[in-house]
Design a protein around this ligand. Structure first.
Ligand code: GLY
Ligand code: MN
Ligand code: MN
Length: 432
């Protein structure tokens, strides 16, 4: 472990102690129990789906796979971790990492599933609906108090230097996977083989990925969250889109790259280059005080410029935005907050906790905040040929070059996604 991460983590825990003490005191709570959550076995079986520890629990310990465990936080007290560690010869017991947070906690290994010890006016948060009804009734605490959860979400939105270092490290590991994916595509591999090359190079098993790898070739590059992997490579190789991440100590990378294949029209390669340029330009605009909604609108204006410059739209860029043409070519938002969750908390609220929903004409936007130092966001402009969205435009007289659209549609689409921290003076691209 590097000294830097060691010191940064100590500072992170100290900052969490201060923030939780202030919030619990302010809201009149003497203790808070945070439940890790747990996975349920498949019906009538003993296998479980992949699991992710509750975010506010991970915020302290950085472990994404802790189940049936409790964290007790009290103002000005050492955190108490009740770690479920049954005597079990079927499984390896959970080992604690050699990280400085461990020395700051009192750790209790529990051979049974416990009810957390609470004192005074207590609150409990986490996925407690999954507990048995007896276990839920035993919790003498206010359950999921909304002002408390919102206040804790708010501190998650602003990352400490330790958290930013973790996202950077997650990016470094994920980039190795992306490089291997590109090489596998050049070598005419199938989607499944590209997926396996990604996992191997980014050093992770599939059950640990922060979200299911999106690895789509040809028209599947235009399926936004494509979830299938073809076992054999297609005869014609037009395109590959890889949207894949990595966790490091709980923190996520969320990176997308798109490649033109040997059978793509040269225009597709030019559009990939243009979309890289658009991503870089939008990253350079990341700065404190910038409205993410405005940045999203800027993406649409520049996407319109790209459509016009490449003869896909034969009117003006202003018309392409005003008539909803750019929204048909890019139906998702510019990006989202990134942290312990890929789509991290508090993106659609004001700082006082009141709702800040996405604009009516951009319903998929997941972040409406004004950028401020410590936020980490994705910047992920896209350009797709999705017939379901383009079909209504075919019924209009809008000057869309359908001949070119039809030539490009076997390429599916393009998304380029980087992870960016907002600094005091601008931005820090964690992906580059
Ligand atoms: N990988 C999911 C997203 O980019 O939001
Ligand atoms: Mn992504
Ligand atoms: Mn994303």
């Amino acid at each position: 472990m590097s000294t830097t991460l060691f010191n940064l983590q100590q500072d992170h825990i100290a900052q969490l102690q201060r923030a939780y003490t202030a919030i619990l005191t302010d809201q009149g709570f003497d203790s808070l129990a945070i439940y890790s959550g747990h996975a349920s076995v498949h019906f009538a079986d003993d296998h479980m789906p992949p699991f992710q520890t509750y975010g506010h629990f991970m915020h302290w310990v950085g472990l994404a796979d802790v189940q049936h465990s409790w964290l007790i936080i009290q103002p000005h007290q050492r955190p108490q971790l009740y770690l479920y560690a049954p005597a079990d010869f079927w499984h390896l017991p959970k080992h604690l990492p050699e990280e400085p947070w461990v020395a700051e906690f009192d750790v209790h290994f529990c051979s049974d599933k416990i009810s957390p010890p609470l004192v005074g006016n207590a609150a409990v948060i986490g996925d407690i609906e999954r507990l048995t009804s007896n276990a839920q009734q035993a919790l003498a605490a206010e359950k999921q108090p909304e002002p408390l959860v919102k206040a804790l979400d708010e501190i998650r939105l602003f990352k400490t230097p330790y958290e930013i270092a973790c996202v950077r490290e997650a990016n470094r590991l994920a980039i190795a996977g992306h490089q291997a994916s590109q090489a596998a595509f050049i070598g005419a591999s199938s989607e499944l083989d590209i997926h396996l090359a990604y996992l191997a190079a980014s050093r992770q098993r599939e059950s640990n990925v922060p979200y299911q790898n999106i690895i789509g070739m040809n028209s599947y590059a235009g399926v936004l969250h494509y979830q299938h992997y073809d076992l054999s490579a297609p005869k014609q190789r037009y395109s590959l889109l890889v949207d894949a991440g990595r966790r490091f100590r709980g923190y996520c990378a969320d990176i997308t790259r798109t490649y033109a294949g040997p059978d793509a029209p040269s225009l597709f390669g030019e559009l990939v280059t243009a979309m890289h340029g658009l991503k870089d330009e939008l990253v350079r605009c990341v700065s404190p005080g910038v409205s993410f909604v405005s940045l999203h609108e800027q993406m649409h204006r520049h996407l319109a410029d790209i459509l016009v410059a490449h003869d896909l739209f034969q009117g003006t860029a202003e018309q392409a935005v005003a008539e909803g043409v750019t929204r048909a070519f890019c139906p998702h938002g510019l990006g989202h907050s990134l942290g312990l969750q890929v789509h991290d908390v508090a993106g659609l609220r004001h700082s006082d906790g009141s709702p800040a929903p996405a604009p009516d004409n951009h319903p998929a936007l997941r972040l409406t905040r004004t950028l401020a130092p410590g936020m980490v966001v994705t910047i992920e402009p896209g350009l797709y040929f999705i017939e379901m969205l383009l079909a209504p435009l075919r019924q209009t007289s809008l000057p869309i070059n359908w001949r070119l659209v039809d030539r490009l549609s076997p390429c599916g689409g393009i998304r380029i996604e980087d992870n960016v921290a907002v600094t005091e003076s601008g931005f820090d691209n964690l992906t580059s």
